[in-house]
Ligand binder design. Structure first.
Ligand code: AMP
Length: 285
């Protein structure tokens, strides 16, 4: 059994900065894994990747209010701090950063980071202001922790595009590391929001990953027409009439704009509502 280290819990930006600087003064690189908590095996895979890279790993747990719309699930978003700490500890994480909302957004704060029209595509279209909130909180975390590496999941593929642009545009020194989607045995992409699904919805939700597999299979067999790939995905999802598709689209991963023909590296992404729960999935072709 590996000897697990003590997990430090930090709550202020000043302590995060000091912790990070202390790691570097001991010759360690810092790996940051930003999360909203309710941690699962998908988050765990990011932590493992960071630990394997040799980083001193810190996980932030912060349900970021600025990335939720007024009618979204901020108040009821699942919170499980003690279990989260245990999961992080078993992954070899050294510290948790769990600030209050007031710490990250002092009452007078009025400065935000906006990535422009890129933030208005895909999830940004249905969730106005979402990516502004994401870019703002990640920028703050990168400024405070100055990590050598920050780990994100491909699960949130549009978020990855937005954050790559943020890092490039603002000249952050952090390298973004994008990790593959972790799925349940039956294909469902792990998500903290899966906890909202009833047993019936959990079954219906499978058509998202099935649509992703369908697009992958067609692409592997030589299909390149984006419209054809999209309609094949929609046909799979239509087998569950209860599901409300928001988008099922073939786009350039960097610009998130629709393209006519898929090429290696093209993103197929899908978002749908299963009952009141909004789920996403994707693949890089
Ligand atoms: P969240 O707590 O949902 O904001 O997610 C925190 C990080 O974990 C993000 O970079 C997500 O993309 C990543 N993540 C969430 N679900 C998965 C998954 N199923 N597989 C891999 N990474 C994931």
């Amino acid at each position: 059994m590996p000897v697990l280290q003590k997990l430090e819990t930090l709550t202020t930006i000043a302590d995060l900065r000091a912790w990070s600087r202390a790691q570097r003064s001991r010759g360690r690189s810092v790996g940051l894994v930003p999360t909203m908590g309710a941690l699962h095996a998908g988050h765990h895979s990011l932590m493992e990747r960071a630990v394997a890279a040799g980083d001193s790993v810190i996980v932030s747990i912060f349900v970021n209010p600025t990335q939720f719309g007024p009618k979204e699930d901020f108040a009821r978003y699942p919170r499980s701090f003690d279990a989260d700490c245990e999961l992080a500890r078993t992954a070899g994480v050294e510290a948790i950063f769990a600030p209050t909302v007031e710490e990250m957004y002092p009452t007078s704060a009025s400065t935000y980071v906006d990535v422009g029209t890129l933030g208005e595509q895909l999830d940004g279209l249905a969730r106005p202001g979402h990516f502004r909130g994401v870019a703002t909180i990640v920028a703050k975390l990168l400024i405070a922790a100055e990590p050598e590496h920050a780990y994100f999941g491909q699960k949130d593929a549009a978020q990855v595009s937005v954050l790559r642009k943020l890092v490039r545009d603002m000249a952050f020194a952090t390298e973004l590391v994008v990790c593959p989607i972790v799925r349940e045995a039956d294909g469902l992409a792990l998500s903290s929001r899966n906890a909202y699904l009833s047993a019936a919805e959990r079954k219906q939700a499978l058509v998202l990953s099935q649509s992703v597999r369908r697009v992958e299979n067609l692409y592997e067999r030589g299909e390149r027409s984006a419209r054809l790939l999209e309609s094949a995905a929609l046909a799979v999802i239509a087998s569950e009439p209860e599901i409300d598709v928001e988008y099922a689209t073939v786009v350039d991963w960097a610009t998130l704009l629709s393209i006519d023909n898929a090429v290696p590296g093209t993103l197929f992404a899908v978002a749908a509502r299963v009952g009141t729960t909004r789920l996403i999935d994707n693949t890089i072709l």
